[in-house]
Write a protein that binds this ligand. Structure first.
Ligand code: ATP
Ligand code: MG
Length: 436
């Protein structure tokens, strides 16, 4: 921009101005319209490596590198003609040329000054060497940082990839381990199961062996007694040859019959048990009228009652049809009634009650017999078990076991209440099924 400096400065002021210019840190150069240097302050001279007198009166081009040095005159001319500033009044970063030919960066602010009719241009030069150096340093640093950053990022991404890989590997191993643990568990489970099955088989085998030995001792006893009775009775029958000895013969024939019956019942028990043990017993169900069936069984049984024993029968199933296997139901009645008679003294009452309640058949057989000692009660349904109070009453200890097996095969259950010396009641409940 145009700065009009008054020329009537006092010499004091001029001196002061000169002092300011001379001591200024920035370089100050004035040129005329043709680009001839009029003044150069010490800072500028030092900057360009010239002495003042080497520059004054010469073209300012000498302080500029090509191509500006050649074009500079043209710049001034163009400005004067067009008034369009490129550098004047604006300030720019350009390069300066030292006396030794080296270049350096500088900030140049040019102003147009009118001294009366004369126009000069003042250039203020600020050395940017340090600034540029610092900038370069910063730039280099930045580049280095960027490179480092990039390297770091690369490393981080590499590490992340590796980490992901490791994590994936771990997950895979974990899965593998889990699978192995599962497999082991399954194997262990299978092992335990087969161990358990083996134990159970062994247990069963043991039980069977025990059963066999018990059977042998039981059979030898249970068979020998009736067989020796039969033998002695036959010998006696043979001996009674006279007609008047007929009653004696009859007595022994009756004994023989009784012994054979006993043998048959024992054999039947063994047969039932062995069939049940083998697991081949399947119900052959049929529909039949319950009352006549039950009365037949009871009537048939009456023959076995002891002298003076009364069997009372009570039932609500008139005209009722049921759907059972008779061969399951009959031994239930028979065994329970047989026990009631066997373990009850002559002259006492035995009560048989049959009721249909909702979808259940309920059978109760009650006696006033010897009862079952408390301590023996929990073993009652075990094969061959006999209570301690049976004394010389015959039996194999199989009846109740068979009864329970049949009841359970029909989907029912059995329980009892008993008091030693007072009597026993057995309760059977069997679900009623429809015929289809
Ligand atoms: P089996 O019936 O095979 O001829 P058992 O009568 O001894 O022989 P279970 O019918 O199984 O065998 O009965 C087992 C034991 O239960 C009997 O020996 C007896 O001690 C006891 N017991 C069963 N029913 C009665 C009862 N009504 N009163 C007293 N004791 C009984
Ligand atoms: Mg019995």
């Amino acid at each position: 921009m145009k700065n009009k400096i008054k020329t009537n400065l006092t010499s004091d002021a001029a001196l002061r101005l000169k002092a300011v210019i001379d001591t200024a840190i920035d370089g100050i150069v004035t040129i005329d319209e043709k680009g001839i240097v009029e003044t150069i302050n010490p800072a500028a001279a030092k900057l360009f490596g010239f002495a003042e007198k080497e520059v004054v009166g010469k073209s300012v081009n000498m302080l500029m590198p090509a191509p500006h040095s050649h074009k500079h005159d043209g710049y001034i001319k163009r400005y004067i003609e067009t008034k369009k500033p490129h550098i004047i009044g604006i300030g720019r970063e350009v390069e300066g040329k030292r006396k030794d030919g080296t270049l350096f960066p500088l900030r140049l602010a040019v102003s147009e000054v009118f001294l009366g009719e004369k126009r000069i241009f003042t250039g203020i030069i600020h050395d940017l060497t340090d600034v540029k150096k610092a900038e370069e340093k910063i730039l280099k640093l930045n580049l280095a940082l960027e490179a480092q950053n990039e390297e770091l990022e690369l490393k981080v991404s590499e590490r992340t990839d590796k980490l992901v890989e490791v994590v994936n590997q771990l997950l895979k191993t974990n899965k593998q381990l889990e699978k192995e643990v599962d497999e082991r568990k399954t194997a262990e489970h299978a092992l335990r199961k087969s161990e358990k099955e083996l134990k159970e088989l062994l247990e069963k085998e043991k039980e069977l062996n025990e059963l066999k030995s018990r059977f042998v001792s039981m059979a030898s006893h249970e068979f020998r007694t009736p067989l020796s009775t039969i033998l002695s009775s036959i010998e006696l029958v043979e001996a009674y040859q006279k007609t008047e000895q007929q009653p004696k013969r009859q007595k022994h024939v009756a004994r023989i019959k009784n012994a054979v019956n006993n043998l048959t019942s024992v054999l039947n028990d063994f047969l039932s048990l062995s069939r049940l043990e083998e697991g081949f017993v399947k119900p052959q169900q049929e529909a039949f009228l319950f009352k006549p069936f039950c009365e037949d069984v009871v009537d048939e049984f009456r023959e076995q009652l002891k002298p003076g024993q009364v069997l009372e029968y009570e039932g609500n199933g008139d005209g009722r049809k049921v759907f059972f296997d008779k061969n399951f139901l009959r031994p239930v009645f028979f065994n329970l009634l047989s026990n009631a008679t066997k373990y009850t003294p002559p002259g006492k009452r035995i009560h048989c009650r049959v009721r249909f309640e909702e979808d259940l058949l309920k059978i109760t057989i009650k006696d006033e017999g010897i009862g079952i000692p408390k301590a023996d009660q929990k073993h009652l349904f075990t094969r061959f078990f006999r209570a301690h109070n049976v004394e010389n009453i015959k039996g194999t200890g199989l009846g109740l076991h068979i009864v329970r097996r049949y009841v359970e095969l029909m989907g029912g259950h059995i329980r009892f209440e008993s008091e030693e010396g007072k009597g026993t009641s057995f309760f059977v409940e069997i679900p009623l099924k429809n015929e289809n």
